[in-house]
Ligand binder design. Structure first.
Ligand code: NAI
Length: 362
């Protein structure tokens, strides 16, 4: 375990199996230096259990960095449920997962991620209180985090357009959106409303038809979406789609999207930078959802206030882009350095009794 290539000093990695429901899950707590380790639960059918472990390790570290960069009083964690889960077992699986989360006594707080819905989290909430992303009341944020994630990505695209194209508006620009799931479709709506032209792809043709009908989007094949002659590429499917090959052939000047772990390798990021393509670090631009979930968990979730916090993603990216240009360092390395600095500062800080580090408060 300790030699695993994706292990990064994780505080805790828990394998969960529940014979009755069939649940198999991994919960990874990367860091609680800034607070309870928060991050969604993904349900995915992995090729091997090892692939699930890698995903949990990488995603939980990403959450530490994401929460630190969003200035949230939360650490980083992530859970993966190994699919497939039979429909008739789903409720029992979610309940068993909630019990496992509960066993961590608030050290890990879960919410939705790919493959998991608000309805699933409502079931998880019957066996643990350490869960976010539940339905919200009027005027409050809560429920599906995706619209907030999409808003943050749109704001981040605007920041990248200011930095790279010296333009303040998206009208007339073209964006290739890879993946039209929860976030991708909301992102299309945001971009369409601001006058951007959309090129889209999804492995599910029904999602492409919907984007064509609602936003006049042009549908292309999933193999060609990243290399479209557009201004911006927005990866909103699963991670690691910016391979070194893709980085060599992307024609857009900006890569800015919602997916976690977009860069398949360190060299993918370097190649983008060498080719003058501005990359918006994924865990900075896609923090809108977790910003919303933190508001919900802390009870500080007036929708207008949460929206303003999401919009601050633009300023954060401005600062990263400026520092990258000034120091001639690639944007994702700037973000990693900033995030690591915040985490190590928090680790050496001993909080006052009852201070922000108390785990079970949110
Ligand atoms: P989702 O599962 O609703 O959507 C993913 C979409 O991508 C699906 O429509 C799927 O058919 C499509 N897809 C899968 N492989 C594809 C491929 N090779 N080419 C084109 N389309 C493909 O997931 P969701 O919630 O929209 O998340 C998208 C990404 O954003 C994920 O990487 C997720 O981790 C990340 N993210 C999501 C957040 C949220 O609030 N939902 C928050 C932060 C990050």
């Amino acid at each position: 375990m300790f030699d695993h290539p994706d292990y990064d000093g994780h505080e805790k990695v828990m394998m969960v199996e529940d014979a009755e429901s069939g649940l198999k899950a991994i919960i990874a707590v990367h860091s609680t230096a800034l607070g309870a380790a928060a991050g969604g639960c993904r349900l995915w059918t992995y090729e091997t259990p090892g692939a699930a472990l890698s995903d949990a390790l990488r995603l939980s570290r990403g959450m530490s960095y994401k929460n630190a960069m969003a200035n949230l009083p939360m650490g980083g964690g992530k859970a993966v449920i190994l699919g497939p889960v039979l429909a008739e077992k789903r409720e029992a699986v979610m309940k068993a997962f909630g019990r496992a989360v509960d066993g961590l006594n608030g050290q890990y707080i879960t919410a939705e991620d790919v493959g998991v819905s608000v309805a699933d989290m409502e079931i998880v909430a019957t066996t643990t209180k350490h869960v976010g992303g539940l339905s919200a009341g009027a005027g409050k944020s809560g429920g599906d985090p995706s619209p907030y994630t999409a808003r943050g990505v749109r704001v981040g695209i605007e920041a990248a357009v200011r930095a790279k194209l010296n333009r303040r508006e998206l009208a007339g620009l073209s964006v290739a959106v890879q993946g039209l799931g929860h976030v991708g479709m909301y992102l299309c709506e945001e971009l369409f409303n601001l006058g951007a032209n959309l090129v889209v792809a999804d492995i599910n043709p029904a999602r492409v038809s919907e984007a064509q009908q609602r936003f006049g989007a042009v549908g292309v094949s999933v193999d060609d979406i990243l290399t479209q002659p557009v201004d911006i590429v927005a990866p909103c499917a699963l991670g690691a789609t910016i391979t070194e090959y893709a980085a060599r052939y992307i024609r857009a000047g900006i890569v800015a999207g919602a997916a976690n772990n977009q860069l398949a390798t360190v060299d993918s990021g370097r190649l983008l930078a060498e080719r003058g393509i501005l990359y918006a670090p994924d865990y900075v631009i896609n923090a809108g959802g977790i910003i919303m979930v933190q508001g919900e968990l802390s009870g500080d979730n007036d929708a207008a206030v949460v929206t303003a916090r999401v919009d601050a993603i633009g300023d954060r990216l401005d600062a990263i882009f400026k520092r990258a240009a000034r120091d001639n360092v690639i944007t994702n390395e700037v973000a990693d350095t900033m995030a690591r600095d915040k985490l190590s500062a928090a680790r050496t800080h001993v909080p006052a009794v009852g201070g922000e580090k108390t785990l079970s408060r949110i």
